[in-house]
Design a protein around this ligand. Sequence first.
Ligand SMILES: [Zn+2]
Length: 261
Amino acid sequence: MKNQKFMFGLGVALLILAGCYTVPETGRQSFIIPLGDEVSEGAAAFAEVKSKETVSHNPVYNERVQRIGERIAEAVGADLPTAKWEFVVFDEPKTINAFALPGGKVGVYSGLLVLAVTDDELAIVMGHEIGHVTARHGAERMSKGVLAAILGVALDATTQDSKNHDLVLAAYGLGAGGAMLKFSRDNESEADLIGIRYAAKAGYNPRAAITFWKKMEKEKTGGRLPAFLSTHPSDERRIADLEKWMRATMPLYEAARVRYK
Ligand SMILES: [Zn+2]
């Protein structure tokens, strides 16, 4: 009983400590418990990935990812004020995937560069991943796990330790040994919306989101499931949502493309 009271008190204290966070671009109010320095943990996690994977020195790949990344970073601007942007290509032709970590650390696997033929398509994927970061979906997921643990609700196995690089990686969808964890359906949808807005503001055509997701779906029916699709299931609702958002997003693109001509 005493223990229960203590846990309840701790829960209340954490709730007071926890801040409300307004998600950029969508305005949603999110609830986050500060569990450490996300930015430095993101940087440490990124260093870990770089030490384990093969970093590509292909000049064409790197120039492309860097160029698109810099334009998106500019569009993100104040949504990620602490960012120390870094865009790295990993040499894995069979891996169709990308990820982003707090602090503006972005990894793109070379397999994705082949499938995302146009810069518009690549910008959509990078924008989506960066959207998870500016929306702080990983921190939100960890916060929910911590609060759930304190309140005695069933805890997801991946959210037990709050001070761990692997946890940061897991929270942003990249589990230990390359295992991927899914974001919630709502988080995915929100990253889609934020992603097309960043891409559009960077002068990339947001309509590429629709063609790209449909192309990804075809990859699946071709017999192999891209890593990206295993964590980013695409279906009719996703396409319908993207169609719905285009009317508000196209003007951002029209305004930005003049700058990048
Ligand atoms: Zn996602």
